[in-house]
Design a protein around this ligand. Structure first.
Ligand code: FES
Length: 191
């Protein structure tokens, strides 16, 4: 399936109309359908330094690894623009915990507070890209979020949701699933 067809399928699955409002770039990671523009933006916005950093943020490079050379080339180029040198041997950045990892089981209120803190810390990056995220509900280990702005409904939103989920799991120290609020159970919506 081509990239556009995949994006359209994702939108269709969510009952949304697909509209590609991102600048097109060369497809770099075929496993995850991620293009050069997206990787460049993520490297710029999130101070990524290594292929592993890029994989952690975008999933690009997390499959067959055949795109690693291309990702390195992007890192080299973008870091050079920032006046930095790409070091292929550099260790992957360990994300700074936004809040201390939880000790022992959390109450739902503690979980919600931590999730909100993590989302707040991620919002500047999303806002820079014309998007935003809002926590709607937390049921058990599932956080329902609203993605809004330029990226809602496009493939970026799917990847952003995956990135948010990964970050939350790092900070909360437990499995958490991030799901668009449109998929919230009807009982929870109170419809
Ligand atoms: S093409 Fe990127 S991981 Fe396979």
């Amino acid at each position: 399936m081509g990239r556009e067809a995949l994006q359209a399928a994702i939108a269709n699955y969510r009952g949304e109309e697909w509209k590609d409002d991102h600048e097109e770039g060369a497809l770099i990671c075929k496993c995850f359908a991620i293009d050069a523009v997206m990787i460049e933006e993520m490297v710029w916005a999130n101070k990524l330094r290594t292929v592993q950093d890029v994989t952690n943020f975008t999933k690009a490079g997390g499959g067959c690894a055949s795109c690693h050379e291309d990702i390195e080339a992007i890192l080299e180029r973008v870091l050079a623009e920032k006046g930095e040198k790409f070091d292929p041997e550099a260790p992957a950045a360990k994300p700074e915990p936004v809040v201390a990892a939880a000790k022992g089981p959390m109450t739902n209120l503690q979980r919600i507070k931590k999730i909100e803190q993590v989302l707040e810390s991620l919002r500047p990056t999303l806002l820079a890209d014309g998007g935003d995220v809002e926590l709607v509900e937390v049921i058990g280990n599932t956080a329902y979020v609203n993605m809004t702005g330029a990226c809602s409904g496009c493939q970026m939103a799917a990847m952003t949701v995956a990135g948010i989920q990964q970050r939350l799991m790092e900070v909360l120290g437990e499995f958490i699933k991030v799901v668009p609020a449109s998929q919230m159970p009807k009982e929870a919506v109170g419809a």
